[in-house]
Ligand binder design. Structure first.
Ligand code: CA
Length: 224
């Protein structure tokens, strides 16, 4: 799950990034509205946390712009405690939930989990496909009860495919997930990891189909 955190308060952004990364989310921070817009054009995110008080732009204006682009992702807004009107306007303009500052990081984390559960279902649950079982919240992957050891990147790619099992996941999306780890990426990194995963998963009753021009799709294979 990729979260875009739009927050100019460095201490708060740092604390949130730490807390959410620890829960298995991939967090990208934007400290200005204009950088957030650039990121939204270049990458896919699953959820946005948006502070309404940004240095270069009114957060509500940014919220309007995001919703105008019909991005279907949930948005949590952060507001100052006394700005009731901002909260109401925010919800009217398409925010899914809000938190008033100051708040406990743990509470925001819990609300984000709830929002993700509401919008995506599976992330907090156990996903079973073929002989594979994934527990996304604690990064546990197993085959018939035995842990399956994968590299961090292999796991990252398989996690995206499993969370979207039966749906096509674009190559760009997978490349972004790979890029979230630090090392440099080669041009055909996605193909390499898909190839590796195919070999690893061969005997586990799941297969990765290539959908030409669109991406990859994970599904249960018939011959288990
Ligand atoms: Ca702020």
């Amino acid at each position: 799950m990729n979260i875009l955190l739009i927050e100019d308060d460095a201490v708060l952004a740092d604390g949130l990034m730490h807390t959410l990364s620890g829960s298995g989310y991939v967090v990208t921070v934007a400290t200005t509205g204009s950088y957030a817009q650039q990121l939204l054009t270049a990458q896919d995110f699953d959820l946005i946390v948006l502070d309404l008080g940004l240095p270069d732009m009114d957060g509500l204006e940014l919220l309007r712009k995001i919703r105008q682009r019909k991005l279907p992702l949930p948005i949590m807004i952060l507001t100052a405690r006394d700005s009731v009107n901002d909260r109401i306007t925010g919800i009217q303009q398409g925010a899914d939930d809000y938190m008033s500052k100051p708040f406990e990081l743990k509470e925001l984390e819990a609300r984000i989990h709830a929002l993700i559960r509401r919008c995506y279902g599976g992330f907090n649950d156990v996903i079973v496909l073929g002989k594979l079982t994934l527990e996304p919240r604690n990064h546990r992957l197993s085959v018939e009860g035995q842990p399956l050891a994968l590299s961090a990147r292999e796991y990252g790619v398989l996690e995206i495919l499993l969370l979207q099992a039966g749906k096509v996941v674009s190559k760009d999306r997978i490349a972004q997930r790979l890029a979230a780890d630090d090392d440099a990426l080669t041009d055909n990194a996605v193909e390499i990891y898909i190839h590796r995963l195919r070999k690893r998963l061969e005997s586990y009753g799941v297969l990765i189909r290539t959908v030409r021009g669109l991406g990859y799709l994970l599904e249960a294979s018939a011959d288990v």
